[in-house]
Design a protein around this ligand. Structure first.
Ligand code: HPA
Length: 234
């Protein structure tokens, strides 16, 4: 047990998928895993462990934003031995050639701040995905005929951003999309010798202001779960 996870030792798999929303964790576990069992519900943050193609998998919510993800990822890694952590979530596109529903595999995650800033201080550390996961996820996404982009994203501390100038600079520098968790996940994974990746679907577009219709959210989310599972066990 940890302050935020009530699972007993051994109840968390080495491979953990992390959606932001705990109810998405429940849906994914019930839809894709065999015999999923609830292993955490502290503060309503749900985690489930079950089997996929003969492999043990945990699907555990991260909450929104890097401080929340950092709590769960730290405890999953240091107290439960998680080794492969894959974020599955949504993002806002920042490039004209990226469309709603497209899949983005985050090769790098730029930030202006993460919870790790306190220890990295003046170092502009470059958080990056695990190459083996990234490669396998690209193959899995292409096999699904998903429109997939591999490249840099931005992990923001704010959803309601008041820096249009910063967004403009990121668009200019080829950043594909914005979300709120990947940079800290990648930094923690690097620090603890784990593998990490963020598989994202575009839910809204910062340039065109389009948004993914709510009836499409479940199927996009399901595609990400399958891409993440195939990448983890490739
Ligand atoms: N900003 C931050 N995070 C997001 C967004 C956004 O526009 N869309 C989906 N996740």
């Amino acid at each position: 047990m940890t302050p935020h996870i009530r699972a007993a030792k051994g109840e968390i798999a080495e491979t953990v998928l992390m959606p932001g929303d705990p109810l998405r964790a429940k849906w994914a576990a019930e839809t894709f895993l065999e015999s999923p069992r609830l292993v955490n519900d502290v503060r309503g943050m749900l985690g489930f462990t079950g089997m996929w193609n003969g492999n043990e998998v945990t699907i555990h919510g991260s909450g929104m934003g890097m401080p929340s993800l950092s709590i769960y990822a730290n405890e999953l890694i240091s107290q439960y031995g998680a080794k492969t952590l894959i974020r599955i979530g949504s993002c806002g596109a920042m490039q004209k050639d990226v469309a709603i529903r497209d899949v983005i595999l985050a090769m790098t995650a730029s930030t202006i701040s993460t919870p790790s800033r306190g220890i990295l201080r003046e170092l502009n550390y470059a958080p990056c995905a695990d190459w083996t996961l990234l490669k396998a996820a690209e193959a899995a996404a292409l096999a699904k005929a998903s429109n997939v982009h591999v490249g840099g994203i931005y992990s923001s501390d704010v959803f309601y951003d008041e820096r249009p100038d910063l967004t403009e600079q990121m668009t200019r520098h080829g950043v594909l999309a914005v979300e709120m968790e990947a940079a800290e996940l990648y930094t923690l994974a690097a620090r603890h010798d784990c593998r990490a990746l963020a598989v994202l679907t575009v839910s809204d577009h910062l340039l065109t202001h389009e948004a993914l219709p709510s009836e499409d959210r479940q199927s996009s989310f399901g595609d990400m779960v399958e891409i993440a599972l195939e990448a983890a066990f490739a």
